[in-house]
Design a protein around this ligand. Structure first.
Ligand SMILES: C[S@@+](CC[C@H](N)C(=O)[O-])C[C@H]1O[C@@H](n2cnc3c(N)ncnc32)[C@H](O)[C@@H]1O
Length: 77
């Protein structure tokens, strides 16, 4: 089990949100993405965790691929 897998498991068992688990999409990234246009909208998120950045990018019309080595992360949203 990775350290992050333990963090996700702990949260699912009623533990506290830790680090990025308790954060939304950081504002500078939102501002950058909303103020630029893209010829192609494909995104690869390595270490996507629970996929919140993927959901944000989906709303902007991106085709998405997310990778994470925690099998538990996808259960957390
Ligand atoms: C700081 S968290 C960020 C999660 C997400 N991007 C976010 O902002 O909420 C780091 C993530 O990277 C994943 N990770 C760490 N090492 C990895 C590796 N070698 N391959 C794939 N994912 C990895 C962890 O499981 C964790 O979900």
């Amino acid at each position: 089990m990775t350290q992050w897998d333990g963090i996700y498991k702990s949260f699912l068992s009623g533990g506290s949100k830790w680090a990025t688990l308790g954060e939304g999409i950081i504002e500078p990234f939102q501002a950058f993405m909303k103020s630029h246009s893209f010829l192609q909208k494909n995104a690869l998120d390595i270490g996507c965790g629970n996929g919140k950045y993927l959901l944000f990018l989906k709303q902007l019309g991106f085709q998405l691929t997310g990778l994470d080595n925690s099998l538990t992360a996808i259960k957390v949203l």
